[in-house]
Write a protein that binds this ligand. Structure first.
Ligand code: ZN
Length: 169
């Protein structure tokens, strides 16, 4: 019964203020300088139907050497700091985002090491180190299902599942 699936899939899974979103993409672009990966956590709260982003926490603000290697890596101490911060601010981790040099596909490491290993957690991958004009349909969007399994979305599906609010677009 495909139509049941189609109906539930049409609602956005995550929403963010359009200005915050474009500031995020710009930040990833500048941080990576076109030569290295960069990333951030998207913090906010979860409702019954969607995840609402209210704040962006770039990885390098959590850990100064997070971007030093070829890829993004956070230590256990950084995660402890992140949980503390969220508890103090009353925020949840609703998603994470990082850039790749080329496409928006998940690496083997992305698949096997979710930043947050909770079912429903969302991971975005921004292609081309976020250089140039990045549209929602350029992103890879991955929703964690547990046991190293993900639902993967790309193209117009991402544009449909991400609701950017308060902007003319
Ligand atoms: Zn990756």
């Amino acid at each position: 019964m495909n139509f049941f699936k189609a109906a539930t899939m049409s609602a956005p899974l995550i929403e963010a203020p359009a200005q915050l979103w474009s500031a995020l993409i710009q930040h990833l672009c500048h941080q990576g300088e076109g030569v290295r990966e960069s990333g951030a956590f998207l913090l906010g709260h979860k409702t019954k139907t969607a995840r609402v982003v209210t704040m962006v926490l770039p990885y390098e603000q959590l850990q100064t050497d997070a971007l030093n290697d070829d890829y993004v890596a956070l230590t256990a101490t950084s995660f402890a700091r992140l949980w503390d911060f969220c508890r103090q601010q009353g925020l949840s981790i609703v998603a994470d985002v990082h850039t790749h040099r080329l496409g928006s596909g998940q690496s083997r490491s992305d698949r096997t090491n979710p930043m947050v290993a909770l079912t429903g957690h969302i991971a975005f991958i921004v292609p081309r180190f976020a250089q140039g004009n990045v549209r929602l349909q350029d992103l890879g969007m991955y929703v964690y299902q547990g046991n190293h399994r993900w639902l993967a979305y790309s193209g117009s599906d991402v544009a449909r599942l991400v609701n950017l609010t308060g902007d003319e677009k």
